[in-house]
Structure formats: structure tokens, C-alpha cells
Design a protein around this ligand. Structure first.
Ligand code: COA
Length: 203
């Protein structure tokens, strides 16, 4: 049986470990360059090594548990270069509707909703209590923080970060690596940079 190795033993790593164990994954441990990251936390599998030094084993399967899209990309590429394979985790309390395609290395967290006809790339996290509505395209390495709502027909490019409790109205397009601040309501397409506020403006 494959054993799950979680990249990142910080807050999101601990959350992803719990979700994975909930659905029956055998979690082998974490990769993190801070070997003390779990010192104050009981009951977790061990930190095995840093991602840089770790040697991929035959029965390993990986997932990145980091919020920053840049770091997700860095570590996913590092492990893929070593031949590592990624899996996705979908918590059983998530609603996943018809024609929802999910890439590899994704985390779909508790109490999320992916309604219908949605394409989601690789290494995307849809964090707790978020929703993505019909006919959306989500690129690779996107982070959807807790309590975000993406309305229908939106397109979100690679590396976008949606801050906690942000929202997109229908038909919005978000360009590569855009950062949407916490609580922002995006009412028009954003090509680049950072936006915040209601309605969201560049800042
Ligand atoms: C945007 C963000 C990164 C802060 O950036 P920052 O440059 O450090 O911001 P500062 O705290 O220095 O504030 C700069 C200004 O922006 C305002 N501001 C900061 N965050 C804001 C937000 N989310 N919405 C509106 N205004 C915001 C501040 O009030 C301040 O305004 P002022 O210049 O009038 O005083 C942060 O607020 C944010 O949204 N982070 C997302 C975190 C998140 O969702 N994490 C997910 C965890 S699971």
C-alpha cells in the first residue's frame, strides 16, 4: 500500500495530515527543513527529512501542504524531478458535483462545495467552507483560503492566492500569480499584482 508523505509540517501540514488519516491514508510523515516544526504538537507522524534531502521510495505518494503558491510550485517540482508521484485528497464532507475535474496534488477540505462543470489544475487547495460554482477554470498551484466564494464562469490562472473570505462575482478572470487580499470582493477581471477591498482595487 502507498504511504503518504506530506510536504510541509506547519499549520496546513497538520490539517492535511488529519484529513488524510480521516479517509484512510497511511501517513508516513512530513518533509520540512524545520525539524522542530511539530515539537509542540502531539500525535503526528514524524518529520522524515527536508524535501531537498529526501530520497523518494517506491511506495511513496506525495502531497504539498503549503499555502503560498510559489512554495507549492517549488516543492512540487523538486519532488517530481526526483520521480515522486502526487495524489489528491478530497474530504468526505466536500460536495463534488458533476463534471468536476481535479488534478493531482489537490486538497479539497471539509465543508467545501464544487458545484458543476469545473476544471481544477494540479496542487490546488480549496480550503474549508469555500465554494467554487459552475463553469469555472482553476489553474495550477492556486490557493483558495477558508471561506472564499468563486461565482460561475470565473477563470483563475496559475499561482493565484485568494485570501480568507474573498469573493469573485461571475465572469471574472484572474491573471497569473495575482494576490487577492482577505475579504476582497473582485467585481472585474484582474491581470496582475495585488487587489484588496470592496470592490477590490489594486494596492
Ligand atoms: C493584504 C495583506 C497581505 C496585508 O498586506 P500588508 O501589505 O502587510 O498590509 P498592512 O497590514 O501593512 O496594511 C497596509 C494597508 O492595507 C490595509 N489592508 C491590509 N489588509 C487589507 C485587506 N485584507 N483588505 C483591505 N485593506 C487591507 C491596511 O488597513 C493598511 O491600510 P492603511 O495604509 O490605510 O493603514 C493581508 O491583509 C491579507 O489579506 N492576507 C491574506 C491572508 C490570508 O487570507 N491567509 C490565509 C490563511 S489560511
Amino acid at each position: 500500500m502507498k504511504k503518504l508523505v506530506i510536504i510541509g509540517a506547519r499549520a496546513m501540514g497538520r490539517e492535511v495530515c488529519t484529513y488524510a488519516q480521516n479517509i484512510g491514508f497511511d501517513v508516513k510523515g512530513f518533509l520540512d527543513d524545520n525539524t522542530d516544526a511539530l515539537e509542540e504538537f502531539n500525535g503526528y507522524p514524524p518529520i522524515l527529512d527536508s524535501a531537498e534531502n529526501y530520497e523518494v521510495k517506491d511506495n511513496d505518494v506525495f502531497i504539498v501542504a503549503l499555502g503560498d503558491p510559489k512554495f507549492k510550485r517549488y516543492y512540487a517540482e523538486l519532488i517530481m524531478k526526483k520521480g515522486g508521484e502526487f495524489t489528491s485528497i478530497v474530504h468526505p464532507t466536500a460536495f463534488v458535483g458533476r463534471n468536476v475535474k481535479l488534478g493531482l496534488g489537490c486538497v479539497v477540505c471539509p465543508n467545501t462545495t464544487l458545484t458543476s462543470n469545473i476544471a481544477i489544475g494540479n496542487h490546488v487547495i480549496v480550503n474549508v467552507n469555500s465554494s467554487i460554482s459552475h463553469d469555472c477554470n482553476i489553474g495550477d498551484y492556486v490557493t483558495v483560503s477558508p471561506g472564499c466564494h468563486v461565482a460561475g464562469h470565473c477563470s483563475i490562472a496559475d499561482g493565484v492566492f485568494l485570501g480568507v473570505h474573498s469573493a469573485l462575482i461571475p465572469d471574472v478572470t484572474i491573471g497569473n500569480s495575482v494576490f487577492v487580499a482577505a475579504g476582497a470582493v473582485v467585481v472585474e477581471s484582474v491581470a496582475s499584482g495585488r487587489v484588496m477591498g470592496v470592490p477590490a482595487k489594486s494596492k
